[in-house]
Design a binder for this molecule. Sequence first.
Ligand code: A3P
Ligand code: MG
Length: 255
Amino acid sequence: MNQTELLEEVLNLSREAGKAIMVIYAKDFAIDYKQDESPVTEADIAAHQIISARLTELTPHIPVLSEENADISWAERQTWSQYWLVDPIDGTKEFIKKNGEFTVNIALVRNGVPVLGVVHAPALNVSYLAAEAIGAFKEIGEARIELKVTEVPNEGVIKVVGSRSHPSPDLAAFLTQFAEVDMVPKGSSLKLCLVAEGEADIYPRLGPTSEWDTAAGHAVAAIAGASVTNIDGSPLRYNQKDSYLNPYFVVSRIK
Ligand SMILES: Nc1ncnc2c1ncn2[C@@H]1O[C@H](COP(=O)(O)O)[C@@H](OP(=O)(O)O)[C@H]1O
Ligand SMILES: [Mg+2]
């Protein structure tokens, strides 16, 4: 299977998971809390099961790491040159609030770099998809457009996108480098995608996230031409250490 076919298959399966999520979204669902006190619902689990099963069918030789099945030792993960990195629902708090700002994230990571990614927002009927050597795209209903980032100078009002549900005490200090900012709150990986499509100029994440929260949106933003870096300007990478936590990072199209 070539990369184009693989990308379409992953898009289709993200939509299948999205359909299962929307059935539960429409009901009164139960909410459980994990050890780290983050919420989880039957929709996270249903989507996880669909995605894991379908990815394993599609590429039996590539391991799958999902937020809902992340108990895999670093000794084992260290041996992976490529793997699927999945967040069945990114933005579970937004799912619970029923504001639509949650996504299904599926990324293919090779040697620490997300080389293919799909971010699907089932309640908004919007998908973002990208693969190296193919490009980055946004699909709304039947219409697909290519995303190519144009850089903007650091002047005038800078459009900043930030978390809706996880405030960051360090963000205000970071933003003092800009003369004026327009702050837009948004849940989930939609933030990385907004930079990819030029609706936002920068997404500084100066707070905790896990690798599955960012890899798919990272692929979309980076392949569209945005920079995705650690605070020191080095590339944000995956599967480099025991912990799943990302360092602080910045997604930007500012020159
Ligand atoms: N203290 C923390 N540690 C790890 N991840 C955190 C965190 N606080 C927030 N996140 C992650 O940030 C994601 C949501 O980001 P945002 O607020 O930008 O929408 C959540 O993903 P999930 O919804 O998949 O659990 C959540 O796990
Ligand atoms: Mg999740």
